[in-house]
Design a protein around this ligand. Structure first.
Ligand code: PLP
Length: 391
């Protein structure tokens, strides 16, 4: 009996059954240890079983787990204060929800209500989630086509091409949404100047600018917010993944004038802002800011990149290494499935990003020692792959 007997075939599964984790390490049910460069698809930013998060959750469990948004709760208040204290300037209102897709759904609704306009422009290569609204602005036709009709009036502009973006705008365009670094399409960093130009365009046309930092935010790129690299603040910022240290939580941050337009009952979430997620969320933000994790992401990102560039010189099957901080893509000339399987065999977990790209989203606490080990193992695995392919 396996999970798939009950859950269908929805996930691309790796043949590993994880039992426990600590920091940047995981153990399977047979006690085999792995270095985790998958990071729960980017969720484990502060490391598995981060002591601050574990302590906060344990304390909260002993107090209360659920408090609906129609009642006040001090843990929620504390989380909101901590988050707003760190958020990019001007983003001082928050809707709390439970996942990335939900954070995006809220952003779509808020932008539509604020502008009264239906048109949305997203980017080619975008990924924003798989609920019907988020799916409508997710580029890959493979995900969208089977579920059409989706939201109407969505167009996709070439990522990084301001002229193409301008050509997609009309009088009914209410919002532009983009990831400062595209994650699912292979770690594509937005070109210099692009975010600033999009900001200017939105200001001129009265369009709401939404940034999806669900994967790139929270220190991953070596800055707390990815948009800081380009000194650009959106009107709405979506967060999720690691924000509550592994407990489900999504966050839609907005400028006050936007949330002001939403009336009571027009949007809500039963679990949104529950005290367990909020306690874990505050502990996560403290871990990020007080334990030097953002700086570590920058420093360890540099170590990783240097090592990978060296591997690229040695292994011709690597086409390109790119990314920022600990959000790294290694584009290969071939499909990476066999490489991923060999890495598992050797005790390293990595992700796909498209068929021929290895993606690394390790916890931000990863050590230099672990990175050196990963580079060494990758070297061995790539040599094996070259032998297999006769290159
Ligand atoms: C950039 C981005 N946006 C949205 C999502 C959707 O998040 P969730 O899977 O929590 O719905 C993801 C998930 O990978 C993502 O990477």
């Amino acid at each position: 009996m396996t999970e798939e007997d009950f859950m269908g075939q929805l996930y691309q599964k790796f043949p590993v059954t994880i039992d426990k984790g600590e920091g940047a390490h995981l153990w399977d049910i047979d006690g085999k240890e792995y270095i985790d460069c998958m990071g729960g698809y980017g969720v484990a930013i502060v490391g598995h079983r981060n002591p601050r998060v574990v302590k906060a959750i344990k304390e909260q469990v002993d107090k209360i787990i659920t408090v609906h948004g129609s009642l006040y709760n001090k843990k929620r208040e504390e989380f909101l204060e901590t988050l707003i204290g760190l958020a990019p300037e001007g983003l001082s209102q928050v809707h709390l929800n439970n996942s990335g897709a939900e954070a995006i759904e809220a952003a779509i609704k808020f932008a539509r209500k604020f502008t009264g306009k239906k048109g949305m422009v997203a980017m080619k290569g975008s990924y924003h989630g798989k609920t019907m609204g988020a799916l409508s602005i997710t580029f890959n036709p493979k995900y969208r086509k089977p579920f059409q009709p989706l939201l109407e009036k969505v167009s996709f502009a070439s990522y990084g091409d301001i002229e193409d973006l301008k050509s997609k705008i009309d009088a009914d365009t209410g919002c532009i949404i983009l990831e400062p670094i595209q994650g699912e399409t292979g770690i594509i960093v937005s070109p210099e100047g692009f975010l600033q130009e999009v900001r200017k365009l939105c200001d001129e046309k009265g369009i709401v600018l939404i940034f999806d930092e669900i994967q790139a935010g929270l220190g991953r790129t070596g800055r707390l917010w990815a948009c800081q690299h380009w000194n650009t603040v959106p009107d709405i910022l979506c967060l999720a993944k690691g924000i509550a240290g592994g407990v489900p939580m999504g966050v839609t941050l907005t400028r006050p004038k936007i949330l002001e337009k939403i009336r009571k009952g027009e949007h809500s979430s039963t679990f949104g802002g529950n005290p367990l997620s909020c306690a874990a969320g505050t502990a996560t933000l403290q871990a990020l800011t007080k334990d030097g994790l953002v700086e570590n992401a920058e420093n360890m990102g540099r170590v990783f990149r240097l090592g990978l560039e060296k591997l690229k010189e040695k292994h011709q099957i690597i086409r390109e290494v790119r990314g920022m901080g600990l959000m790294i893509g290694i584009e290969m000339k071939f499909e990476v499935r066999d490489i991923l399987m060999d890495l598992i065999e050797e005790g390293v977990l990595m992700l796909y990003s498209g068929r021929n790209i290895l993606r690394l989203l390790p916890p931000l606490i990863i050590s230099e020692e672990d990175i050196k080990k990963v580079l060494q193992i990758l070297d061995t695995v790539l040599t094996k792959e070259e032998e297999r392919r006769n290159v």
